[in-house]
Design a protein around this ligand. Structure first.
Ligand code: 5GP
Length: 185
């Protein structure tokens, strides 16, 4: 049983309040597993988990997926160069053989959509059979590019969230619930 269960948390100077209960997360993750089962049960897909934030979601998601699949972990790293949006990013840790594989990118949250856009671009170089994104959270009002996926856990408002793998300055990943930054904090 999780021992960490609070209605409000304080991380440094920031106050957060509970926004998504662990039970709601659990049941939505189960639904995503069922949806993926319908679409991928005979495709042996490769789940590419984008670290660090997606680790907790991914652990629950793959256990909700009762069909053959593989799991690998990737990370975004900076090229060191700059483009209009700031840092240029690339994926590190990609497995060798992705040609003709069905790839499911597992993300914690899509905000502007730039990170997932960069991930997708990198992957397409490897000629996979298909690429889809499974994201726990999506902030539709923050999107700066087109983003479409049938596998979105929750659409949420633009406020900053932590918990269930999501951090603020490396903290708060351990909470089983998701917390939202209190307005004006
Ligand atoms: P995007 O490239 O879509 O703007 O941002 C994606 C990344 O920004 C996420 O993978 C995550 O690391 C971070 N991010 C965006 N919104 C939030 C948020 O509300 N909480 C946390 N903890 N990270 C966020």
């Amino acid at each position: 049983m999780d021992r960490v269960d609070r209605d409000r948390i304080q991380i440094g100077t920031h106050s957060f309040e509970k926004y998504l209960q662990r039970e709601a997360i659990k049941s939505r993750v189960h639904e995503l597993g069922v949806d993926l089962m319908v679409d991928y049960h005979d495709k042996n897909p490769l789940f590419l988990v984008v670290l660090n934030g997606a680790f907790m979601f991914a652990a629950d998601l793959v256990r909700a997926c009762d069909f053959a699949h593989e799991v690998e972990f990737v990370k975004m790293a900076s090229y060191g160069g700059l483009n209009a949006s700031g840092e240029m990013k690339r994926l590190i840790g990609l497995p060798d053989k992705m040609e003709d594989r069905h790839i499911l990118i597992v993300e914690d949250i899509v905000d502007t959509g730039k990170t997932i856009g960069a991930v997708r671009e990198d992957l397409l170089q490897h000629k996979p059979a298909s690429v889809e994104v499974v994201t726990l959270l999506l902030k539709p009002d923050c999107l700066e590019c087109t983003f479409e996926s049938p596998y979105v856990g929750f659409e949420i408002p633009p406020a900053f969230v932590v918990g269930y793998g999501l951090d603020i300055d490396g903290q708060a990943r351990n909470f089983a619930d998701i917390y939202q930054l209190k307005k004006g904090k």
